[in-house]
Design a protein around this ligand. Structure first.
Ligand SMILES: [Zn+2]
Ligand SMILES: [Zn+2]
Length: 366
């Protein structure tokens, strides 16, 4: 049997790939994992033999040359995994082999169980009126988040009068066999102490957290826009096993204004003016965020012309870093309904007196 095929690697595989393939197969067919499975035991033996050659630079070179491919003594391998006490790792070659094979697996499992974890974030959307968004200010919002239980400080356990551990009967350690491996390790139930000194926290059902609604006040700068995302550190869900809380994220959604549009720090609006106001000039009232403001329409104004009201846009930043924006009014000439004969006569007369082709620019100079 080709040793490269046994490990499932190409003949030019790098030493690291050979080792990876070996570890993967050795774990799968390990006799300790597959007790009494003859096929696995045989595959495991072949994997060991193949790696004994391909995992050794000199022997691999010999093998590639077609030289010595005699497998190592297999008896040694089989004996190696009989009777191994996990609590004492320094028990000769067998212990080393086993711990090497599975060390990272056990470490990962241990990390998953015991390490504190940061809580997850809380995401909410805050809908703001157009005016509120423009002005900014303090906005209280109700947030439901899980919070660390005060009764047990987030551990889920509270102290109780000590009793002997029922799991290990006070010994503090557990011993069990799997296949032909023997494990001992600290008792999970009492963490190796032999006594039970805590009990589940009744306040939180031993989860270490409870749901709580609280009011978080959000300070918003003037001129915040839809889609802005504000983070409030530590106001998300409580962390597991005493880990830090997650963050609170608030996404802003601004309700559109009926006639004002934002353009950076400026506001823009379409401002209807009657035909005579545009032609003759007028003083009209314009609605702004601070109420109506008088605006002079120059005589001879036309549709599309823009008039700027300084400082009537987004208010300035209180720090003075950002100046106030402007309100830009775009004129829109509106013709009132012409129903009476007198008005029609006047407009005909006006047309005769101002006989200019207003579309001449569309036809060039010809
Ligand atoms: Zn609790
Ligand atoms: Zn115990």
């Amino acid at each position: 049997m080709d040793l490269y095929q046994v490990l499932g690697v190409p003949r030019n595989a790098a030493p690291a790939d050979v080792e990876r393939a070996y570890l993967r197969l050795a774990r799968r067919y390990h006799p300790g994992i597959n007790p009494g499975d003859g096929v696995s035991a045989e595959l495991y033996r072949r994997v060991q033999d193949a790696y004994a050659v391909l995992g050794d630079t000199e022997r691999r070179r010999d093998y590639d040359r077609g030289g010595a491919s005699a497998p190592v003594a297999t008896a040694e391998t089989n004996v190696a995994f009989q009777g191994f006490d996990f609590s004492s790792l320094a028990e000769g070659a067998s212990a080393a082999t086993f711990s090497e094979l599975f060390a990272d697996v056990f470490q990962d499992a241990a990390r998953r169980v015991s390490s504190p974890e940061q809580g997850t974030s809380v995401d909410i959307t805050l809908q703001l009126s157009f005016d509120d968004a423009i002005r900014g200010g303090q906005f209280p919002l109700s947030v439901t988040r899980s919070e660390r239980c005060g009764a047990c400080a987030g551990t889920g356990q509270v102290a109780r009068p000590p009793i002997a551990c029922p799991q290990c009967v006070g010994a503090g350690s557990m011993r069990w066999a799997r296949g032909h491996m023997v494990f001992t390790k600290a008792c999970d139930t009492c963490n190796g102490v032999g006594q039970i000194v805590t009990q589940s926290c009744r306040m939180c059902g031993s989860t270490g957290v409870h749901g709580r609604s609280e009011v978080v006040t959000l300070g918003l700068p003037p001129g915040i826009e839809t889609g802005a995302r504000i983070s409030v550190p530590g106001r998300g869900h409580a962390g597991a096993r005493g880990g830090p809380a997650g963050d609170l994220y608030v996404t802003i959604d601004v309700v559109p204004h009926p006639f004002l549009q934002r353009e950076g720090r400026d506001l823009r609006m379409q401002l209807p003016v009657a035909i005579h106001e545009a032609a003759l000039g007028a003083r009209i009232n314009v609605p702004t965020l601070d109420g109506a403001v008088a605006l002079r329409i120059p005589a001879g104004s036309t549709s599309g012309q823009r008039l700027r009201l300084r400082g009537r846009g987004i208010p300035g930043d209180p720090s003075g870093e950002l100046p106030a924006g402007d309100l830009i009014a775009e004129l829109q000439i509106v013709l009132p309904p012409v129903r009476d004969e007198r008005s029609k006569e006047l407009l005909k007369e006006f047309g005769r007196l101002n006989d200019i082709d207003v579309r001449r620019h569309l036809f060039g100079n010809a």
